[in-house]
Design a protein around this ligand. Structure first.
Ligand code: HEC
Ligand code: HEC
Length: 295
């Protein structure tokens, strides 16, 4: 007992220290005037609406707005991604640029609470900060919708969220995406869209026992985060005969199963494809060029 008590205190102290939020500061933000046009593109590439779509009570009136509230199945239970419209009381109308960047790149709420990584900030952390500021500029142009956040009623929520702070030491890589100078411009654009905003790896990459993405096996196929079985590999798709060439992959991403492609709608991929179809053809081709190069 005499040994255990101090050890417990030390353990709690270590938990407290290592689970602290580590937010960015104003000095980390680039000087940038938000571009809502590019923000809309990044919003579509990021699939933000798929998770932040309105719940059943608002879905009819505000179907196209990210007013939040639709249920999202995650490994820890059902969450209700919150309202991203500029409503000052229930949305992000009072958020500063820094608040927004801290949510997307560090998984932190404005009060420093850790956000649950079902929100794929583990991928958005790799995005260019300017692209994130552009998403905020785009969201600011939307109609404010009053839609109060719905508490998911997680057991031991404060402790769980604090625990996410510890998990971030393993699971949150804050290094920004880096271009590969030996590759073409479109390949690099595709790599950025897939590994940053597109967050394709959140479903298509396997995870270890700590639920951390195993980037050594990037895009080699994973388990669905909502418990909907296996997600296919995006490697060697041409060699395996899934697609003829990069143009064929681009066409699948653009037109989906309507154009006769199969295995591109289940378990959320249909929504991903709908979002990708809104990107400029050159961006879809860039994603396809990058995917076609994965061996
Ligand atoms: C896979 C689902 C998913 C996607 C895709 C997603 N989010 Fe979220 N987001 C969530 C969840 C779940 C939460 C709540 C996390 C929590 O409660 O800790 C959240 C929280 C947030 C928050 C914090 C809001 C608040 O009130 O605390 C912001 C800001 C946000 N998301 C912005 C975005 C943007 C911008 C995109 C697209 C680039 C995006 N999200 C894409 C699931 C998602
Ligand atoms: C929410 C999880 C999820 C995300 C995020 C996701 N995918 Fe998928 N993807 C799936 C699932 C599940 C399938 C299998 C669908 C089926 O069998 O109908 C799939 C299938 C595919 C296929 C077809 C593979 C084949 O063998 O035919 C391609 C291509 C693909 N995804 C590309 C992408 C790209 C590119 C991104 C990022 C922009 C992405 N996915 C993001 C879940 C996801």
């Amino acid at each position: 007992m005499k040994v255990l008590a101090p050890l417990t205190v030390l353990g709690l102290l270590a938990f407290w220290v290592f689970s602290q939020p580590r937010p960015l500061t104003a000095a980390d933000l680039p000087k940038h005037k938000g571009d809502a046009g590019n923000g809309e593109l990044m919003f579509n590439a990021g699939g933000c609406r798929s998770c932040h779509k309105p719940g059943p009570d608002l879905a009819v009136a505000y179907a196209s707005l990210p007013a939040g509230g639709a249920p999202l199945k995650t490994p820890i239970g059902i969450l209700y991604p919150p309202n991203l419209t500029p409503d000052p009381d229930t949305g992000i109308g009072r958020w500063s640029d820094l608040d927004f960047v801290n949510a997307l790149q560090r998984g932190l709420a404005p009060d420093g609470t850790h956000l649950i990584p079902a929100f794929p900030y583990t991928s958005y952390a790799a995005m260019r900060t300017k692209d994130i500021l552009d998403i905020k500029a785009y969201l600011d142009t939307l109609k404010p919708v009053s839609a109060p956040p719905r508490d998911p009623g997680l057991p031991l929520a404060p402790l769980l969220r604090r625990g996410v702070g510890l998990w971030k030491w393993l699971g949150l890589d804050t290094a920004p995406w880096q271009p590969d100078p030996s590759r073409s411009g479109p390949w690099n654009r595709g790599s950025y869209l897939v590994n940053g905003p597109g967050h394709c790896a959140e479903c298509h990459t396997p995870r270890n026992i700590f639920m951390v993405r195993d980037d050594g096996k990037a895009l080699a196929g994973g388990l669905h985060p909502g418990g909907e079985g296996k997600v296919p590999s995006l490697r060697n798709m041409i060699g395996r005969g899934r697609y003829k060439d990069a143009a064929d992959i681009a066409s699948a991403l653009r037109y989906g199963e309507l154009a006769g492609y199969d295995k591109i709608t289940s378990a959320g991929m249909g929504e991903v494809q709908t979002n990708l179809s809104k990107l400029p053809a050159s961006d879809i081709a860039a994603i396809a060029e990058y995917l076609a190069s994965l061996k």
